[in-house]
Design a protein around this ligand. Structure first.
Ligand code: CA2
Length: 150
């Protein structure tokens, strides 16, 4: 069974505690449970992580690259949070690994402040999932599954 690595960046540990109008009321633990059941339904295991630290996310992308090289990874779903809009380091890490990666945002970043409109992740992502709330995680898992069959 291949693994889907789901990486969440800064402040996503606060999900469900504030800003419900933007991010909904589910906690990150709820999102993890949702991902585990969506992954199982599609025949994958899930490795779900969150960090507030850019370098940790870079290290985890390198780990994903190693798993990918051994044929054990279906892909990565990355919600890089605010690092989406700032991080050349994440861009370079994704580019360097060769993993299939889906960029994900809970909110529709294009309908928000202009500083959220630019992404360093999009040019190196296979696909982008934006604005479906936390349900986007399940949709991205289904999307990764369809890419395996293609
Ligand atoms: O919409 C998304 O998923 C974002 O990646 C979330 C990031 C934001 O910086 C991106 O522009 C879009 C912020 C995550 C912070 O989440 C919070 C949740 C509840 C309370 C406070 C922050």
């Amino acid at each position: 069974m291949k693994t889907i690595l789901i990486l969440n960046g800064p402040n996503l540990n606060l999900l469900g505690t504030r800003e419900p109008a933007v991010y909904g009321s589910q906690t990150l633990a709820d999102v993890q449970a949702l991902c585990e059941s969506a992954a199982l339904a599609n025949g994958f295991t899930v490795d779900f992580r969150q960090s507030n630290h850019e370098g940790t996310l870079v290290d985890w992308l390198h780990e994903a690259g190693a798993l990918h090289a051994r044929g054990k990874l279906a892909g990565v779903i990355l919600n890089a949070g605010a690092y989406t809009h700032t991080s050349v380091a994440l861009h370079d890490a994704i580019k360097g690994t060769g993993v299939t990666l889906i960029e994900l945002h809970i909110s529709n970043v294009h309908a928000r402040e202009s500083f959220r409109h630019h992404s360093y992740i999009s040019p190196v992502a296979k696909a982008v999932m934006v604005g479906f709330g936390v349900h986007g995680y399940a949709l991205a898992i289904a999307g990764l599954a369809s890419m395996q069959d293609a």
